[in-house]
Design a protein around this ligand. Structure first.
Ligand code: ADP
Ligand code: MG
Length: 203
C-alpha cells in the first residue's frame, strides 16, 4: 500500500457517497430538509479534489485539515459536527492507528468532540447514536472483527428508527420522527461499513 490511510479512506468514502447520496437525502427528506446527501457529497467531493495537498500531511494533521474543508463546504448542522469528529480524531492520533486500541481512542475523542459541539448525547436520534455504539464496541470487545463492527454500525443506524428526535431539525417533528432512520447516523454507519469491508479485503 503506497497511498496513505487517509487518502485511501477519502477515495473509498468518495465512491460510497457517489452511490448513496440520493438515499441519504431521501432519509433527510422524511424528517429534515432533504439536503443531507447533497451536503455530504459536497464535502467529500471537495476532499477528493484536495487529495494531493492532504497527502503531504502527517495522518492527524491531515484529518484536521480534512475536517476544516468539510466545515467550509458542508455548512448547516452537519458541517461543524463532521469537522469536530475529524478534528477530535486527528488530535487523538498523530500517526496512522495500528491497533484496535488506537482506533478506539481515536473514535472516542471524535465522538466526544461531536457531543460537545452538538450539545448532544445518545438517545437523541443523531449520528451520536451510531458513533457511540461503534466506539464502545471497539473499547470493550477485544479482538472484534471488522464484520462484527459493521454489524454494530448497521444495527445502530436501524435502531435510530425507534428514537424520538430531540436534536437537529428532526426534533421539530417530535414523535412523528419515530419510524425513520436518522440520516446522519446512516451516513456514519455506511462509512464504518465501507472502511471495515475494505479492511476485510486486505486480510
Ligand atoms: P441540516 O440539519 O443543517 O440540514 P444535515 O441534513 O446535513 O444538516 O445533517 C443532519 C444530521 O446531523 C442529522 O441526521 C443528525 O445525525 C445530525 N445532527 C443534527 N444536529 C445534531 C446535534 N446537535 N448533535 C449531533 N448530531 C446532530
Ligand atoms: Mg438537512
Amino acid at each position: 500500500m503506497s497511498d496513505s490511510l487517509l487518502n485511501q479512506c477519502i477515495s473509498l468514502v468518495h465512491s460510497l457517497i457517489e452511490e448513496n447520496w440520493e438515499h441519504l437525502s431521501a432519509l433527510d427528506q422524511a424528517i429534515g430538509d432533504g439536503d443531507h446527501g447533497t451536503n455530504v457529497k459536497r464535502g467529500i467531493d471537495a476532499l477528493h479534489a484536495d487529495l494531493d495537498r492532504l497527502a503531504t500531511k502527517p495522518f492527524g494533521e491531515g484529518l484536521g485539515a480534512a475536517g476544516m474543508t468539510l466545515v467550509m463546504k458542508i455548512g448547516g448542522a452537519s458541517g461543524p459536527l463532521f469537522w469536530s469528529l475529524l478534528k477530535g480524531m486527528g488530535e487523538a492520533s498523530a500517526n496512522e492507528p495500528r491497533t484496535q486500541e488506537d482506533v478506539a481512542k481515536m473514535l472516542r475523542a471524535g465522538t466526544e468532540a461531536v457531543k460537545a459541539t452538538g450539545k448532544s448525547d445518545t438517545g437523541m436520534k443523531t449520528m451520536i447514536d451510531v458513533l457511540e455504539p461503534v466506539t464502545l464496541a471497539l473499547e470493550t470487545r477485544a479482538g472484534i472483527t471488522s464484520d462484527e463492527i459493521s454489524e454494530v454500525a448497521r444495527k445502530a443506524a436501524e435502531d435510530t428508527k425507534a428514537l424520538v428526535a430531540t436534536k437537529g431539525r428532526a426534533a421539530f417533528l417530535g414523535e412523528r420522527s419515530v419510524g425513520h432512520i436518522d440520516p446522519g447516523g446512516q451516513t456514519v454507519a455506511l462509512v464504518v461499513e465501507s472502511i471495515c469491508n475494505e479492511m476485510e479485503k486486505l486480510k
